[in-house]
Design a protein around this ligand. Structure first.
Ligand code: 6PG
Length: 225
């Protein structure tokens, strides 16, 4: 369950490193789980610029907020603006149906994900150690029989979420965390250099049979030692 660290000088270089992995998936007509939050936006923009034909790609979401698809808090909106609208040929997009009640949306997404291979799983990291919408101490951390569940937020924005579960995320052949900035440094240390714990959900997510990579800028890596 080793992790491979890629530490680069700044946030732009971290986005470029993540974008290069996205482009590999696009080149190979693979499948990818995309992260929400603010950090991956630039990676999506670089990837769209570098490779504009995503025609053979399957795009999934690691989590989404239960808001309309045009709400600024929507991860779907982020991906649409930063990636999909910039492509010449778009991928097949498996959006989380956030118009439904969270439990119904999670059940639908769980069913859609069954048996789907996930080549690349891109994840963010919260300052509290959460990833996707798996928050510290949440019941979702113990779910083993579902690939997606409804989740309560532990941080802003305080709207209901749908999140992939640990079994879904760890099925990724390549699991990649992207984190930048000093504000993530302590969470990075807890998630990748200390004992796994439900207090730091990202510490529980590693590719089961493939590779786990952590892409960091120097500030986020500063407490790794
Ligand atoms: C979400 C996420 C979440 C995110 C982290 C980091 O939808 O909230 O997918 O896990 O990746 O909170 O968010 P930032 O990139 O905004 O710091």
């Amino acid at each position: 369950m080793d992790v491979r660290f890629v530490v680069v000088p700044d946030a732009h270089a971290a986005a470029a490193a993540a974008a290069a992995l996205l482009v590999e998936v696009a080149d190979a007509d693979g499948s990818v789980v995309l992260a929400g939050g603010s950090t991956p936006r630039h990676a999506y923009e670089i990837a769209a610029e570098a490779h504009s034909d995503w025609g053979g790609v399957e795009v999934w979401f690691g989590d989404d907020r239960c808001v309309p698809a045009d709400d600024p808090r929507s991860n779907q909106l982020l991906v649409r603006e930063a990636l999909l609208e910039r492509l010449v040929v778009g991928p097949t997009v498996h959006a989380i149906p956030t118009g439904l009640a969270a439990a119904d949306a999670a059940a639908a997404y769980d069913a859609a994900l069954q048996g789907e291979p996930l080549d690349l799983v891109l994840l963010g990291l919260g300052p509290d150690g959460h990833t996707a919408s798996l928050f510290p101490g949440a019941p979702s951390l113990d779910v083993r029989d579902r690939l997606a569940v409804a989740a309560e937020p532990g941080l802003e924005p305080f709207v209901e979420r749908v999140t992939l579960t640990i079994p879904a995320l760890e099925s990724g052949a390549h699991v990649v965390f992207l984190a930048v900035g000093e504000g993530k440094a302590l969470a990075v240390r807890r998630a990748f250099a200390e004992e796994p714990s439900g207090a730091t959900p990202a510490s529980l997510v590693r590719s089961r049979s493939g590779t786990t990579t952590v892409i960091l800028d120097a500030a986020a890596a500063s407490l790794l030692g």
